[in-house]
Design a protein around this ligand. Structure first.
Ligand SMILES: Cc1cc2nc3c(=O)[nH]c(=O)nc-3n(C[C@H](O)[C@H](O)[C@H](O)COP(=O)(O)OP(=O)(O)OC[C@H]3O[C@@H](n4cnc5c(N)ncnc54)[C@H](O)[C@@H]3O)c2cc1C
Length: 373
């Protein structure tokens, strides 16, 4: 394999393009700059171990993804990644019931056997919680502090990966790509005013997966899930080293640099490809956050972001070869954990493309699972 085209430059495409360029392939990355790109809107939580999800194939990807991060970021230091792009700040999981805290401690302790990077677990009283997070509702929450929790700036990481790939010889093209397939074999990619021929194509087009397959009557079970979140700036508190905060609802609070606090996000499954910031989305995010943390009410609203999380059948990612077409590969369905697992998946996919031995069995993540026609 000498060359490859990657369609889509979100975290999935950027990761695989970087890995392929590192292996010496002649790589071309094509993106049409969708404003709902998930990676551009993402928050950046890397702390998957307390999740209640029982799907072991999903957990394996987030576990290995989180584990790989520190070494991966060290590798990227060569390409001048921003020092604050990844920070191990810990994560605090808040509970309003003692039995839920105890269940979480048990769950994470069990998972620590295979994930020592979880580090120290500390149980926090409501007084301890208030000391670390002075803006949360008083006398209400106990907490579990997971030492290994981290945050990553998705935009900065994506930018670094694309720049690194380009330093290694990859080229970036802006354009709307269509597949060029003949006799069940990939030939290349069709853009508006040019045709690019290649040995392999990786489709990493997120929620817009079906567009590239439409001319061939191939449909995959991939759906957009709209997510809206808000960036606040706190008046005085230094947030740069605060842990990631996971309240007992379906939202999060992610402290960042410059007194920034990211709150969100919505999970809108019926909004299709609508990328508007809506009144109800903002109301949901703000009211949930201020119920947990009334002390945030005097913060400045800096901006709102919207992204379309790509979800596919069983909410389990797919990646690898698309067997129906020789030379065609893909990655999709990274859902709400794509920053956590994206770089790890990118590495595995690049290994498959170049015929190397993989670190995991790809069978659970095969594209056949989501092929509708
Ligand atoms: C608000 C929000 C918060 C999140 N927070 C976290 C978090 O804290 N932790 C975590 O682990 N994950 C998080 N995620 C999830 C993560 O961001 C996504 O899973 C991940 O970014 C998906 O990456 P992707 O590359 O598959 O898709 P995308 O980032 O959406 O990229 C797809 C790209 O394909 C391009 N494209 C599509 N069709 C074509 C075509 N025909 N030709 C050319 N280009 C095309 C688009 O322009 C787009 O740039 C969050 C997501 C959102 C939306």
């Amino acid at each position: 394999m000498k060359n490859a085209i990657v369609i889509g430059s979100g975290i999935a495409g950027a990761s695989v393009a970087y890995e392929l360029a590192k292996k010496g392939l002649d790589v071309t990355i094509i993106d049409r700059n969708e404003i709902g790109q998930a990676t551009q809107a993402s928050a950046g939580i890397i702390s998957p171990w307390a999740a209640q999800r029982r799907n072991k194939d999903w957990y394996e990807l987030v576990r290995l993804g989180a584990k790989a991060y520190p070494a991966f970021m060290q590798e990227l230091a060569e390409f001048r990644v921003q020092p604050s792009a990844y920070k191990k700040v810990g994560s605090i999981h808040l509970f309003d019931k003692q039995e839920r805290l105890e269940a979480a401690i048990e769950r994470v302790k069990k998972r620590r056997v295979d994930a020592p990077e979880i580090g120290k677990l500390t149980s926090l009283s409501s007084t301890d919680v208030e000391e670390v997070l002075p803006f949360v509702q008083k006398n209400t929450f106990q907490g579990l502090l997971i030492e290994g929790g981290a945050r990553v700036d998705g935009r900065a990481l994506q930018q670094t990966l694309l720049e690194a790939a380009s330093t290694l010889g990859a080229r970036n093209i802006q354009g709307d790509a269509r597949l060029l397939i003949e006799k069940d074999c990939i030939q290349g990619v069709q853009l508006k005013d040019q045709t690019l021929f290649t040995d392999a194509v990786v489709v990493a087009t997120g929620a817009w997966m079906d567009d590239v397959f439409n001319p061939y009557d191939i449909t995959f079970d991939v759906r957009p899930q709209k997510a809206q979140l808000i960036h606040l700036q706190l008046p005085t508190i230094d947030t740069s080293n605060l842990p990631v905060i996971m309240p007992p609802n379906n939202q999060y609070m992610l402290p960042s640099e410059d007194r920034r606090m990211i709150i969100g996000a919505t999970h809108e499954t019926d909004a299709g490809f609508d990328t508007r910031v809506t009144a109800s989305g903002m109301n949901e995010v703000l009211s949930k956050a201020l119920t947990i943390a009334p002390g945030l009410s005097t913060s400045t609203v800096l901006e709102a972001r919207v992204g379309l999380r790509p979800f596919c059948g069983n909410s389990l990612p797919v990646f690898g070869q698309i067997k129906q077409i020789t030379g065609l590969y893909g990655v999709n369905g990274l859902g709400a954990s794509g920053l956590t697992m994206g770089p790890f998946i990118g590495k595995q996919l690049a290994k498959q493309i170049t015929g190397e031995e993989l670190d995991i069995d790809l069978a659970p993540y095969a594209f056949d699972r989501i092929l509708l026609q």
